[in-house]
Design a protein around this ligand. Structure first.
Ligand code: GDG
Length: 467
């Protein structure tokens, strides 16, 4: 693939900090950043997005940041405070996020900011159009930028534009609660190729198209859309499994793994952003039920729950943070003894060697979201299990459940069944554990994030030759 690639995402894959009076731009790690770095480097293309809050910097520092971004071929789109509040916190995170995760109960009573959502999307489109050269591929990402493909199509009609949705596309009945549902779908349909993680989200989108616009995809997933064709496809994102396995084998990680492991205490682990979609309260309740249904586990099992703070300027998240802290307190208060605390709650981000050691030390990994586009933790856990051991309990409502069928699949709303699944995982024989883990590892190794990116980009590159 020789075309230059323009990647467009809400956040640039960088973090800007100030050290000793000088701004430092560091590449951030994460699924998307890892997957797209190789095509970004190989194609000599550009990455367009928000660098995070840089407004407080002096003009000299800003110029320094711009120079560093330029060296990474990153084009910053700077957002004002008002834009951050309305485009990012309100419309993207307080409205589109809950809708895509089936949580209309979390919607604010009054929504404002759609005009700002449109104008920020238009600024992204302007920046892409300004840097676009004939023959480039453009790849737009996620729910913050649903309008960008159509706005871009108006500006550069012949461009090859791909769009990938990292969150679920919800059931149309839920999506249709949005007053501007036509306009959002029209935004996505500006692309030539629209990608989803799973067949279910793809199916929901097709149903929405049928009901809103009376258009039907043919058996290749192609839709005739006004004077163009738009292809819809399924591209499940993954991780860099080889990199996880090699980092998990590092001596420091091995040392920490031993520190966290004990022959007398089984270890359950949960690692999530503190988001209401991740199912943390019911997971805690499932532990409580386990200890009631199978009291033999008292003092013999503990849960380490890492909950990384996120979006704490959005009301629903502030309320949720209090809900989880109070539930942890209640359960520990009720069940702990002088020598044992059932839940160790870590409400901050942990370094990656600690994350890897927790994956390696876990007897059971609990990934029980109520709804999740994919869930990369579910794939990182087997990738890190170089000992082919440990059990994954996975929600059937995570996109990852379609591929990771050797996990114990649970309905996270069924707290008793989840408690029984934990008991089953804790008592599973070594032979079955290892057999399942080997197969999980093969699955994540066979289709990694590099293949995800190249599969999508090859499909996009082949869609139409430059006319
Ligand atoms: C969205 C979709 C989809 C977490 N805590 C720490 C830490 N992490 C890392 C994990 C993992 C990542 O964060 C979380 O990724 P997820 O996929 O689980 O979740 P979202 O952030 O909600 O991502 C999701 C994804 O986009 C990709 O398309 O799978 O469904 O919601 O990589 O390892 N990393 C470190 N410390 C932590 O405390 N170092």
């Amino acid at each position: 693939m020789d075309a230059r690639l323009l990647i467009v995402s809400n956040r640039l894959p960088v973090t800007v900090t100030v050290e000793g009076g000088h701004p430092v731009v560091c590449p951030s790690v994460g699924g998307l950043a890892t997957g797209l770095q190789a095509p970004h480097d190989r194609s000599g293309g550009l990455w367009i997005g928000w660098p995070g809050a840089v407004e407080g910097l002096t003009p000299e520092m800003r110029a320094d940041v711009d120079r560093q971004l330029d060296a990474m071929r990153a084009i910053p789109i700077c957002l004002s405070d008002r834009e951050v509040t309305l485009f990012y916190e309100q419309v993207s995170n307080a409205v589109l996020w809950p809708i895509c995760h089936d949580r209309i109960d979390r919607l604010p009573l009054h929504v404002e900011g759609w005009d700002v959502y449109e104008s920020v999307n238009a600024r992204f489109a302007d920046a892409v159009a300004e840097h676009y050269r004939a023959g480039d591929l453009v790849w737009v990402h996620d729910y913050q930028l649903l309008r960008v493909p159509a706005l871009l199509r108006e500006r550069i009609p012949d461009a090859r534009i791909g769009f990938f949705l990292h969150v679920p596309f919800p059931n149309p009945e839920i999506f249709f609660t949005l007053p501007n549902r036509h306009w959002l779908v029209e935004g996505m349909m500006g692309a030539d190729l629209v990608g989803f993680h799973t067949r279910r989200y793809h199916g929901h989108f097709r149903a929405a198209l049928r009901r809103l616009f009376s258009v039907e995809a043919d058996n290749t997933g192609t839709v005739r859309w006004r004077s163009r064709r738009v292809k819809l496809g399924v591209f499940p994102i993954s991780i860099d499994a080889a990199d996880f396995a090699s980092r998990a084998a590092a001596p420091e990680v091995t040392r920490k793994t031993k520190e966290y492991t004990s022959s007398s205490m089984k270890l359950l682990v949960g690692i999530d952003r503190l988001d209401y979609s991740k199912g943390i309260p019911r997971r805690l309740m499932a532990l409580k039920r386990l200890l009631a249904l199978h009291p033999e586990w008292r003092e013999r099992v503990r849960l380490i729950q890492v909950a990384v703070p996120t979006r704490d300027r959005v009301d629903a998240y502030r309320r949720f943070r209090r809900e989880v802290s109070s539930l942890v307190g209640q359960i520990n208060g009720e069940l702990a003894s002088p020598t044992w605390t059932p839940i160790q709650y870590i409400h901050r981000s942990i370094p990656s060697d600690v994350l890897l050691a927790l994956y390696r030390a876990a007897d059971v990994m609990l990934v029980t979201p109520l709804r999740d586009g994919m869930n990369l933790v579910a794939k990182e856990f087997p990738a890190a299990r170089i000992d082919d051991d440990g059990v994954l309990i996975l929600s059937e409502f995570a996109g990852a459940a379609d591929e990771l069928t050797d996990a114990i699949l649970v309905n996270p709303y069924d707290v008793d069944a989840t408690a029984e699944a934990i008991h089953r995982a804790l008592t599973m024989e070594a032979g079955e554990r290892q057999h399942r883990m080997k197969r999980l590892r093969q699955t994540v190794q066979a289709f990694d994030v590099h293949r995800w990116a190249s599969t999508f980009l090859e499909e996009l590159a082949g869609m139409k030759n430059e006319e």
